[in-house]
Design a protein around this ligand. Structure first.
Ligand code: PMV
Length: 292
C-alpha cells in the first residue's frame, strides 16, 4: 500500500478574475492535509468518511489513471484534516494526493509540475472549468503567483505573516459562483472586464507587498479586492458581517477568499491586535490560522 498526502490552500487575491486569465496569489495550508492510500484491488473501491459523493470521486480517480496510463482497479482510502467543501482546497488536495500515490504505486516519479498537470485533469471534473490555481498551489506547496496557462511563479512570502481564516458556515458552490460571474460578464462585458483589470492591479501590488512583508499594505489591498468582489455580487450578509467584525477588531484588511457567496473570510491583523482578534472571532466562528 502506498500513502501520499497533500496540503490545503487559501486564495489571498485574484479569485474569479483568475478564471479569465488574470493573476491570483494563493498560499498552502501545510498543517491541514488530505491523505490518500492506494493498493491494488479487483475493482475500483473508495473508502472515505469525509466525502459523501464517492461516485464523483471515482470519476476523478479514473481520469488520473487515464493520464498516468494505469488501470484504475485500486482500493483507495481517503482521510482528511482539511474541512470539506469549505474553500480550503479539499477537492484539489484529493486530486494531488491521489496523483502522487497512484504514480508512486506505478513506480513513476513525478516532479511538482507533472503532479500539477495530472491533478488538473480530475480537479477539472470536480470543479468544471477550474482555473487550476488550487491544484497548482497544492502541488507546489509554496505561495504562488498564478496565471492560467503560464509558468507558475513561486513567491518568497514574508515568513511571519499570519492569515486568519474565518468560516462563515454558509456553504457555497464554486460552480454556482463561477456561473453567476459568467452571467454578469455576459450581460456587461465592459464593466466586468474593468473590475477584472482592477483586481489584476491589486494582485500585482500584493505580490510586492507579500515579498516585502508590508502587512499594512497587504490589508489595504485585501479591502480593495473585496470591493471588486462585492461589485461582482459575491458577498452575502454573513461574510459582510464577519468582515465588519474584523474591522472592529482592528484588522489591516479583510476579504472573502475563494468562490464567495458564503465560504471563508480572510483577514490580517497587526501583531498587537492578533491574539485578541483570534480569541474574539473563535467565540463565534471556526477560525484557522495560516502561518507561512
Ligand atoms: O472555491 P475555491 O476556494 O476553490 O475557489 C475558487 C476560485 C475561483 O477563482 C472562483 C474558481 C477557480 O477555478 O479559480
Amino acid at each position: 500500500m502506498i500513502t501520499e498526502s497533500a496540503c490545503g490552500k487559501v486564495i489571498l487575491y485574484g479569485e474569479h478574475a483568475v478564471v479569465y486569465g488574470k493573476p491570483a496569489i494563493a498560499v498552502p495550508v501545510k498543517n491541514l492535509r488530505m491523505e490518500v492510500s492506494v493498493e491494488k484491488s479487483a475493482t475500483l473501491q473508495i473508502k472515505s468518511e469525509c466525502f459523501e459523493n464517492l461516485d464523483w470521486i471515482k470519476t476523478g480517480i479514473v481520469k488520473i489513471c487515464d493520464e498516468l496510463d494505469v488501470d484504475s482497479n485500486f482500493s483507495i482510502t481517503i482521510k482528511s484534516t482539511i474541512p470539506i467543501a469549505s474553500g480550503m482546497g479539499s477537492s484539489a488536495a484529493l486530486s494531488v494526493a491521489a496523483t502522487k500515490a497512484i504514480a508512486k504505486l506505478k513506480g513513476v516519479s513525478l516532479d511538482k509540475e507533472a503532479v500539477r498537470k495530472v491533478s488538473y485533469a480530475s480537479e477539472n471534473i470536480f470543479h468544471g472549468g477550474a482555473s487550476g490555481v488550487d491544484n497548482a498551489v497544492i502541488s507546489y506547496e509554496c505561495p504562488i503567483y498564478y496565471i492560467k496557462h503560464e509558468e507558475i511563479e513561486e513567491l518568497e512570502a514574508a515568513l511571519d505573516l499570519k492569515i486568519v481564516v474565518i468560516d462563515s458556515k454558509v456553504r457555497s458552490s464554486t460552480a454556482n459562483a463561477v456561473a453567476a460571474v459568467r452571467q454578469k460578464h455576459k450581460e456587461n462585458k465592459e464593466k466586468v472586464n474593468a473590475i477584472f483589470d482592477d483586481i489584476e492591479n491589486t494582485v500585482n501590488s500584493a505580490k510586492f507587498a507579500l515579498e516585502a512583508g508590508d502587512f499594512e499594505e497587504l490589508g489595504n489591498l485585501m479591502n480593495l479586492n473585496q470591493d471588486a468582489l462585492e461589485l461582482l455580487g459575491l458577498s452575502v450578509l454573513e461574510t459582510t458581517q464577519i468582515i465588519n467584525e474584523c474591522k472592529k477588531l482592528g484588522c489591516f484588511g479583510a476579504k472573502i477568499s475563494g468562490a464567495g457567496l458564503g465560504g471563508n473570510v480572510i483577514s490580517i491583523f497587526p501583531d498587537d491586535k492578533f491574539e485578541n482578534a483570534k480569541s474574539e472571532l473563535s467565540k463565534k466562528y471556526n477560525v484557522v490560522i495560516v502561518k507561512l
